[in-house]
Each structure stands twice: as C-alpha cells, then as structure tokens.
Design a protein. Structure first.
Length: 232
C-alpha cells in the first residue's frame, strides 16, 4: 500500500490525535514530519484485515508521541508492525478462547516485531476521555527496552540522579493501586515494566488529569519524556 500523502496525514492527525491537536502550530509541522519519517522506515503489515491510511497514521503517531521530546530519536529495535484485526493470544493466534492480548512486542522469531490489534488501536484514539492507548503502551515498552531490558527503568532517557526517585515513586504508587486507592489501571501491578507503560499511556492520553491527581508522577514522566507534557 502506498504511504499516505502529507495532506492525508495532517487531516487524520487533526481529526484523531489529541496529542497533536494540543501542540502549538509550529510543533505540529514537526510532528507531521516525524510521522512521515517513521512511515518511510517502518514496515506496517495487515494480517487478515485491510490496512488503510488511518491505521498507518495511528501506528506512526503512537510511535512518535513517546519520543517527541527527543528530536533525534529512532527505534533501533523495530523492523515491522503487524496489525491484527482484533485480540490475539500469547502465541499470536487470532482464534480460540484465550485471546485477551491487544498489543505485544515480540521475541524469538518475532524479535523486533510489534503486534497490535487494529480495533484496539482505533478505539484508543477515538476515546478522547480514556486513559489508555495500546499503541503508545507498546512503543513505550520499546523505549524502555533500548537500554537492554524491559524493567520500567528507561535508562536511555532517564538521568541517573532521577533513577532512585523514580523507582521509589513507582513502588509507592503500586502499593496505592494494590490497596484500591488509585485510579491507575491495575494492570500496572503486573511488574515495573507494565507500570511504566500504563502510567505513560495515562500521561499522554490525559495529561491534565494525571497532573491533577498524581503531580509527582506527572513531573517525573515529563522529565523522562524530555519535558514532553501537554499541560502546564
């Protein structure tokens, strides 16, 4: 499939991507350029579904959003994004009763491959009040893993002096979630890597709400993502 034109990219971003809509005009141009760059470098393949311009732009936007605070960032650990029509299981099967996965960064034979549910990706951007976004979630995992491990500690982008405060804050909030005293998705309790991905979804999807309810987490994430907050 041909890549969408700059005009099509701009139109979809204006309609679908709140992060882009909240940017000042001059930064929107930069965002569009980086979406185009991602689409030229990364292969996006539809499996048992049809790939259209909307899907291409939403995948690219998901990739650009977490790294927008870093002008020269590229994803060295991604070769292809596979788009499945709906949920799948841990062995990437699209049929059966255990299909509860919306997105995954592959390993083994699927190393450097990301798999996303097309339906979940579209719903993530169409829900303007939600705190979740499957595309952003998986690309944050890639940011996390560029230092060699999925551990919720993105040392590639987090200055050393902030490592201990970030770990302390993370574990404090995990206790709050476990006790039922937090509005953060309980999936964040899975492990530190999932906490980082879940809270990053919240940060980029509802920055205003995160800043209101969790100001310390908001401040730390703004540092991690290069001052890349949308509020304040």
């Amino acid at each position: 499939m041909e890549l969408p034109s700059p005009e099509t990219i701009r139109s979809i971003l204006k309609e679908e991507v709140a992060f882009y809509q909240d940017l000042p005009t001059e930064r929107r141009v930069e965002f569009e350029t980086r979406v185009q760059r991602f689409l030229k470098k990364a292969k996006i393949t539809a499996v048992r579904t049809k790939l259209d311009a909307l899907d291409q732009v939403l995948v690219a936007a998901s990739a650009v959003i977490p790294i927008f605070g870093y002008s020269d960032w590229e994803y060295p650990n991604l070769h292809e994004v596979l788009l499945y029509p709906d949920r799948f299981d841990e062995k990437f099967r699209q049929e059966g009763h255990s299909r509860d996965t919306l997105g995954m960064v592959g390993s083994g034979a699927y190393k450097n491959v990301m798999i996303l549910s097309q339906q979940a990706l579209r719903e993530s951007f169409s829900n303007k009040t939600g705190k979740t976004n499957v595309g952003i979630h998986e690309f944050v995992h890639l940011v996390d893993s560029t230092d060699g491990s999925f551990d919720g500690l993105p040392e590639t982008v987090l200055q050393k002096k902030y490592v201990l405060p970030w770990l302390k804050l993370m574990h404090e909030e995990m206790k709050n979630i476990e006790a039922g005293h937090s509005d953060i998705n309980p999936y964040a309790l899975t492990n530190e890597a999932e906490f980082y991905a879940v809270i990053s979804e919240y940060f980029f999807s509802r920055p205003d709400l995160l800043k209101e309810k969790h100001p310390e987490l908001y401040e730390q994430l703004a540092r991690i993502f290069g001052g890349n907050g949308q509020e304040g």
